[in-house]
Unconditional design. Structure first.
Length: 279
């Protein structure tokens, strides 16, 4: 997700620092963004010159402390773990950005703001994967978020050519609360042998005109991320969000979706292919 966000920012004309605790990982992320630009050149979407200019806007950094102070925007995009995000956000806040944002798909903005000295400058920016293909950001305001912070965030999203909605801080916000409900029920249907993952997805794609079925989408998001969201939602809303056993088992086996090559589909070829699930 961080790679996608960095790509969107660089493509919009912004100078972008990519931070990772391992500098080599940050440099690899820059090259992955460059590869996305190269793919756009191959498809005729941008010129080779534009790709070179955009790549030049990217800089790898080994730590948050290496960032300049007073940046316009810092977006945290570490895994969906409350204490990890709080720790990283506290570091980011020391750089005194105009807007400090978290890319969370379900954690409470108010809970994440603990340890942030200026919560009025803190906001949620929920991007969707793949960021370069989905023209949408869910903007989440906490109790302390200032109106000017929300306005600045909406301006940033407009620069990224993203459409937005603004939602109040609530578990799962709007998109994740609805999306995880559909995804978990689709997983229970696989458990119950109602239909194959591919046919369940086709039902939503053809019958309801969803651009992608809930199981393929879950594989793209990452089943570990889906499990984290489900557990957070379960703690907030109870048993209706209890993660299905099949999701727990796949994550325990390391089958996290496209990023590991297997999830509800086999991604070893780069494209989703059916896989068998035991009765």
């Amino acid at each position: 997700m961080g790679i996608g966000i960095a790509h969107a920012l660089a493509a919009s004309g912004a100078n972008v620092d990519i931070v990772d605790a391992d500098l080599e990982h940050a440099e690899t992320a820059c090259e992955k963004v460059a590869a996305v630009f190269a793919g756009s050149v191959a498809l005729g979407k941008i010129s080779a010159e534009a790709a070179i200019v955009a790549r030049a806007r990217l800089q790898a950094r080994p730590s948050v402390a290496a960032l300049a102070a007073g940046l316009d925007l810092i977006i945290e995009a570490v895994p969906e773990q409350l204490e990890l995000k709080r720790s990283v956000l506290a570091e980011c806040a020391r750089r005194d950005p105009l807007v400090l944002a978290t890319n969370t798909s379900g954690l409470s903005i108010d809970a994440l703001s603990v340890g942030v000295p200026h919560p009025e400058r803190f906001i949620g920016m929920h991007f969707f994967n793949p960021v370069w293909a989905v023209p949408f950001v869910e903007v989440v305001v906490g109790k302390a978020t200032a109106q000017v912070t929300c306005a600045n965030t909406l301006l940033a999203c407009a620069q990224l050519r993203k459409q937005t909605i603004v939602v109040r801080d609530s578990p799962g916000f709007a998109s994740s609360r609805l999306g995880i409900s559909l995804g978990l029920e689709a997983m229970r249907m696989v458990e119950d042998r109602v239909a194959t993952p591919a046919d369940i997805d086709r039902a939503m794609e053809l019958g309801y005109r969803h651009p992608m079925g809930p199981l393929r989408l879950s594989d793209l998001i990452g089943l570990d991320v889906r499990l984290d969201i489900a557990r957070n939602m379960e703690s907030a809303f109870g048993a209706r969000f209890t993660p299905p056993n099949i999701l727990i088992a796949l994550v325990a086996a390391g089958d996290l979706g496209k990023k590991t090559g297997r999830g509800f589909y086999d991604w070893s070829s780069g494209e989703p292919a059916p896989r068998e699930f035991p009765s």
